[in-house]
Design a protein around this ligand. Structure first.
Ligand SMILES: C[S@@+](CC[C@H](N)C(=O)[O-])C[C@H]1O[C@@H](n2cnc3c(N)ncnc32)[C@H](O)[C@@H]1O
Length: 240
């Protein structure tokens, strides 16, 4: 177990050195962050949960526990690094992983005849990716009505322009938003952001045809009081 963790940690670090922007972190996420990512999600038989950017499976462990606890619930992990996918398939032989780009989420679900997901949980370094806007839009479109998108935001990234843009995208794309308490035990500490899709299919929004990378610093980024079901609400912006 300790050897596997060491091997995974070493592989993760090596992939970070080779691809700092897409791997986006020196260390895998901690267990507490994994628990916060799934806190309050209630699945029903037949529900689908998708994980983006599984890495070596640090968040997958918590997500797998959630999925396994609901008979008939299904999981799809999407990870673009073949070396990570090999580790994931060995570590979670009962789970399905696609070695692919998350931008293809809808095609990947369709190919497996999976219905729109109840939750999409992301470990992607979204604010480092030029495709952030496209990924958030595609995710909102792929979710089932009332489905949830969750991702995390590191404490040191919160004031960055790209993080402002990410929170603006949450306001634009999701009917309800929320933010967890700061997970202090994670290295680095992080908040979990949540966006809940409208339960009315008529509220569906368009996906931009091409990724945009414009730096928009003029947005009003004040935190909102909207809440989503599940986790405790916090006002992280008030802490800076
Ligand atoms: C910060 S690591 C997170 C790993 C793990 N989920 C965690 O929290 O420790 C980000 C992961 O996202 C993957 N990734 C980045 N862009 C991706 C994309 N467009 N499609 C699929 N995976 C992607 C990287 O290969 C990397 O494994």
């Amino acid at each position: 177990m300790a050897t596997r963790a060491l091997r995974s940690g070493f592989l993760f670090f090596r992939r970070f050195l080779a691809n700092p922007r897409t791997v986006g972190a020196v260390l895998p996420s901690g267990r507490q962050l994994g628990r916060e990512m799934v806190r309050g999600i209630a699945l029903r038989p037949g529900d689908v949960v998708v994980e983006y950017g599984c890495g070596t499976g640090s968040l997958t462990e918590s997500i797998a526990a959630l999925v396994r606890a609901t008979p008939g619930a299904r999981f799809l992990g999407i990870e673009r690094e073949p070396g990570f996918v090999a580790v994931l398939r060995e570590r979670f032989p009962d789970l399905e992983f696609a070695c692919d780009d998350v931008g293809n989420v809808r095609a990947l679900l369709e190919a497996r005849r999976l219905p729109p997901p109840r939750a999409i949980l992301s470990g992607l370094p979204l604010i480092l990716l030029p495709t952030m806007e496209h990924i958030v839009a595609t995710t909102a479109a792929a979710l089932a009505p009332g489905g949830e998108f969750r991702t995390f935001s590191y404490i040191q990234s919160w004031p960055l322009p790209a993080a402002f843009r990410l929170r603006r995208l949450f306001r634009e794309r999701f009917a309800q938003r929320g933010c967890s308490a700061l997970v202090l035990s994670n290295v680095p500490p992080a908040w979990v952001l949540r966006g809940v899709k409208s339960s009315l299919a008529a509220d569906a929004v368009a996906i931009p045809s091409a990724p945009r990378t414009t730096d928009d610093r003029s947005i009003n980024d004040r935190p909102t009081n909207e809440t989503a079901r599940g986790t405790a609400e916090a006002d992280p912006a008030g802490r800076h």
